[in-house]
Ligand binder design. Structure first.
Ligand SMILES: Nc1ncnc2c1ncn2[C@@H]1O[C@H](COP(=O)(O)OP(=O)(O)O)[C@@H](O)[C@H]1O
Ligand SMILES: [Mg+2]
Length: 360
């Protein structure tokens, strides 16, 4: 029998999407084929502390894993397998124990190229996009610039720096009001899961929204409101990426905010395949692969679009290089409909990680 592959599943992390990561990682760990893979769960606390966790998987989602992991660490303080850098020509402790890492982390310090860079330096293969694509995909401003350059349709936007906003609110507000009509969208440039995002219908909400976005990032985005259906497409692969069927999000709230995404009464709905004209679906699938290639992505990404209701024009909104990954998340469900089960998807992603490492 072949040797089982050792996979470290990293979860948690310092971002506002810590809890989302706990949910995604729980699903991944449960579904991973234990005949083929050994799983080493590695948690990162919100403070950024790394810990090995050997307890029941059920305790990850609730956050109880932290207590158990801390206890283990106290009992065995010299258990230094988390030492990650190669030393004196030798592999790092982690690389000795682990064949591949699956960083199931969303948002900054996880989906943004930082952990990817760390794993490159540590010389360990990892699932998902590399440093550049992760960093670009996390920054909504750079993503849009690259999409525009690639000829992908992007909605109108401007960038406001926190410093400028705080120093001169009047000028910032004038700039926005000269360029846009309400309602508008306000976003921190680097985040996800709708954290810090708001829709402003008037000046008062604009100020509040910019203040909120400024809490999360020094760079903020103001976007024109697109009255569209939200269509998403999954992409998988390295040099020859493939797009899944398209799916639609029907948000329960005014827009797909954090509560609608994760703590909903179950009223937000995912419709797969999206009930849109065939030619629109094909166009979206093509654009999804184009966007993926434009940011030099590998492994996986979910590309998100708006299909404008009135004009049927497609706009690309963003790419997520580590999209929500529970069994009920859009990304795996899109592949399921396209013919790839959740377990097969995990298997392919690990395979792609190793392939990319070997083809460096
Ligand atoms: N320009 C826009 N027009 C209309 N709705 C938007 C716009 N930008 C964002 N939204 C709504 O806000 C949600 C979150 O914004 P998004 O840019 O996708 O950020 P995140 O990275 O947090 O998912 C979207 O799913 C959509 O419902
Ligand atoms: Mg989004």
């Amino acid at each position: 029998m072949n040797k089982r592959i050792n996979v470290a599943v990293i979860f948690g992390g310092k971002s506002g999407e810590h809890e989302v990561s706990l949910m995604s990682a729980t699903s991944v760990i449960k579904a991973i084929d234990k005949k083929k893979y050994n799983v080493l769960p590695l948690g990162i606390t919100k403070e950024g502390s790394w810990m090995i966790y050997n307890g029941p998987i059920e305790k990850i989602e609730s956050g109880e894993w932290e207590v158990a992991a801390k206890k283990q660490l106290e009992q065995n303080p010299n258990n230094n397998i988390l030492s990650i850098m190669p030393l004196g020509g030798k592999k790092s402790k982690l690389a000795e124990l682990v064949d591949v890492v699956f960083p199931v982390l969303h948002g900054p310090f996880g989906e943004d190229g930082t952990i990817q860079g760390l794993l490159e330096m540590a010389d360990i293969p990892y699932v998902g996009a590399g440093v550049l694509a992760s960093a670009v995909g996390m920054d909504k401003v750079y993503t849009k610039q690259i999409f525009k350059q690639a000829g992908l349709p992007v909605g109108k936007y401007i960038v406001i720096m926190r410093k400028d906003f705080r120093e001169n609110k009047e000028t910032a507000i004038r700039l926005v009001e000269e360029n846009f009509q309400y309602p508008i969208f306000l976003k921190p440039a680097n985040l996800g899961s709708s954290v810090g995002i708001s829709k402003a219908h008037n000046r008062e909400e604009l100020i509040k929204g910019l203040e909120m976005a400024a809490k999360h990032d020094r760079k903020m985005l103001v976007e024109t409101f697109i009255n569209g259906r939200e269509i998403e497409c999954a992409v998988l692969g390295n040099d020859d990426p493939k797009a899944s069927v398209a799916g639609e999000i029907l948000p329960s709230h005014e827009f797909y905010d954090y509560n609608a995404k994760y703590f909903d009464d179950g009223n937000s709905k995912i419709v797969i395949p999206a009930n849109i004209p065939k030619e629109k679906e094909l166009e979206i699938r093509e654009m999804a692969v184009k966007a993926y290639t434009a940011i030099d992505c590998s492994g996986l990404a979910r590309a998100d679009f708006f299909l404008e209701k009135e004009t049927m024009k497609i706009y690309i909104n963003e790419v997520n290089t580590m999209p929500g990954f529970t069994k009920y998340s859009m990304y795996p469900l899109l592949w399921k409909e396209t013919g790839l089960s959740y377990d097969q998807l995990i298997d392919q992603l690990i395979g792609l990680a190793i392939e990319r490492y070997e083809n460096r």
